[in-house]
Design a protein around this ligand. Structure first.
Ligand SMILES: Nc1ncnc2c1ncn2[C@@H]1O[C@H](COP(=O)(O)OP(=O)(O)O)[C@@H](O)[C@H]1O
Ligand SMILES: [Mg+2]
Length: 376
């Protein structure tokens, strides 16, 4: 939430959440969440805003009996979402694993929003994440004047989630140094956070659980200790199964982002999205869609998330400098940037793909020319 009042005089903060550059899921989809909670008569785990069934419906989309349409947030196997939601109702934490851009962060945010109405109890994992970010810190002014006391504690998002019985999130768990990761073990196994300085502890209230995300490609950076891994149920998020799904994911998200950026609504040439997705899928998998030609894969991940940003940038180009219609020339530069990460090896792979696949393809002449122009 954005602070709408401010003690400091002299500036007028912009009110209202609609003004946020990127509203939290619980604000962006407040209407859907309210409709779901109202329609939901199934049993709810302690402190959940809705039943596991309603949470899954929120993620996968559907139509309620009163006609309210719930938009799909996640496109993928229903079972994956069901297992993820169910895990959070047990005493095990949830680990979302996958290559970059498979919606791990996205799913984690929406799960927390639906279950706790709050997706902001978040710890971002980096090589520099300190233990205080997971446990608690101290307000030194308080500490010096009044000595150690509960009032001098600075709660981590996890500690707050424990006290309030909500879902906490840890992003990029495997980037956190192993000894810091291990401070999660007591929290997850004993559901308590010892505060030795005060000779006390904070016990998690029912409803508390944790969603962590980790990148497949980070494996080996700071592997999860086996003690910690045992506290998690791991759910692997796959790449979109087919081109149709991926086109749908990209289109949906691009529309949303475009509205947020006030890009003029314009015909967005579904063709162009399909072509971006096709190029990404073919280079990622190392074969053409018809399976006939083997390709070399470039070093980038070419994730769905990158396809979304290529198309969004293309739309902005078309809106501000073109005729408003997304064309090949608007996405070509973005594609080149996503494909060619390593200037030597990737460039060769891209040139070869252009000349052997794109050039020969029916109806792709404009696309070939646009790509040639930016690659030159
Ligand atoms: N299967 C999917 N269903 C819906 N959206 C997806 C899917 N895969 C990727 N996306 C989109 O990709 C974007 C990036 O996902 P993100 O959660 O940041 O990836 P990760 O955390 O796995 O690297 C999100 O905006 C999401 O909309
Ligand atoms: Mg992520």
């Amino acid at each position: 939430m954005i602070e709408t009042t401010s003690a400091a005089a002299g500036f007028a903060p912009v009110a209202a959440t609609e003004q946020a550059l990127r509203p939290h899921a619980e604000d962006a989809f407040a209407d859907e969440l309210a409709a779901l909670a109202a329609a939901d008569d199934r049993p709810r785990p302690a402190r959940w805003n809705m039943s596991p069934w309603a949470v899954a419906t929120y993620l996968l989309g559907g139509t309620l009996s009163d006609g309210t349409v719930i938009s799909p947030k996640y496109v993928g196997p229903r079972r994956i979402v069901e297992v993820a939601v169910t895990t959070l109702a047990t005493d095990r934490a949830l680990l979302l694993l996958g290559v970059p851009g498979t919606a791990k962060t996205w799913v984690s945010e929406h799960l927390a929003a639906a279950i706790s109405g709050d997706s902001t109890l978040l710890v971002q994992g980096t090589a520099g994440t300190p233990e205080e970010a997971i446990r608690y810190g101290w307000n030194y002014a308080q500490l010096l004047t009044n000595g150690p006391s509960r009032a001098a504690l600075v709660h981590s998002p996890l500690m707050r989630a424990m006290e309030e019985g909500r879902i906490a999130r840890v992003e990029e768990l495997t980037r956190i140094p192993a000894d810091v990761q291990d401070s999660l073990i007591t929290i997850l196994s004993e559901k308590t956070l010892p505060i030795p300085e005060l000779g006390t502890e904070t016990q998690a209230v029912r409803g508390f659980n944790l969603i962590a995300t980790a990148n497949d490609r980070d494996r080996g950076v700071n592997d999860l200790s086996s003690a910690l891994r045992r506290r998690f149920n791991t759910v692997v998020l796959p790449l979109p199964a087919n081109a149709e799904d991926e086109v749908e994911i990209v289109s949906r998200r691009v529309d949303q982002l475009g509205r947020g950026l006030d890009l003029p609504a314009a015909p967005r040439g579904a063709d162009e999205i399909r072509r971006v997705v096709t190029v990404f899928r073919e280079l990622r998998s190392g074969t053409t869609e018809d399976g006939r030609t083997k390709l070399k894969s470039p070093s980038g991940t070419l994730s769905t998330a990158e396809a979304i940003s290529v198309v969004t940038n293309g739309l902005a180009l078309a809106a501000h400098f073109g005729d408003g219609v997304l064309r090949a020339s608007d996405v070509a530069a973005g594609i080149l940037g996503a494909v060619v990460r390593d200037p030597a090896a990737d460039r060769l792979i891209w040139q070869e793909y252009l000349e052997t696949v794109v050039r020969e393809r029916d109806g792709w002449k404009d696309f070939y020319r646009a790509c040639r122009e930016v690659s030159a």
